[in-house]
Design a protein around this ligand. Sequence first.
Ligand code: ZN
Ligand code: FE
Length: 256
Amino acid sequence: MKIIALPAFADNYIWLLHDGGRALVVDPGDAQPVLQALQRDGLHLAAILVTHHHPDHTGGVQALREATGAAVYGPARERIPAPFTALKDGDIVTVLDIAWKVIDVPGHTAGHIAFFAQDIEGAPLLFCGDTLFSGGCGRLFEGTPAQMLASLDTLAALPGTTRVCCTHEYTLSNLRFARAVEPANQALIHYETECRALRERQMPTLPSTLSVERQINPFLRTRERTVKQAVQDWQSTADDEIAVFAALRQWKNEFK
Ligand code: ZN
Ligand code: FE
């Protein structure tokens, strides 16, 4: 199995997974980079997985379906280009002989889903769309802070070796904010140095892993004393864990 991040637009990645013959893609906002990769590597597109309805994740679905006949899988509670197999929490879909578990992760959008595979050549793999980013999380366009916190808790509880395939290259700007929250976090300082070096060579910082994210991502660390204190210094009224999470998200929105 090969896993490739195809760059699209300014900072999207369309994830392409293939076994040398058959391929799947996740969140193809644009058909062009996918069609080029399929042709270059001589691949047949078997399936398209969609995490949520935003155009930068669905814009290429119709053209790819027409060009390849690929089956489309997406969130039951959102409008994406039909026809597609509608998925909800706990469903298992088999694509490329891999069992993908569907996890509901509302927050960024109301019906956002993630796809999790237990073992692809020795380690789990997660396609989490715009819910979890390296060093950050998606904006709350349709969901509440309580929903997003619960969604991130669910993802954070997956095995630490899980490779996290996010849909945007936001890592460096997320880490700049993370450093403002936790200036003394050594793992964060070390990780930022690694990510800077990757970006200088135009390489993706992704996939990340859940064990790294649990150490460096403030949105997975809102119950840590350091993070909670920093948030309360910014907004003194943030008392319970949902209020702390909401204030942290607000702080990030306003951070320059
Ligand atoms: Zn989105
Ligand atoms: Fe997006």
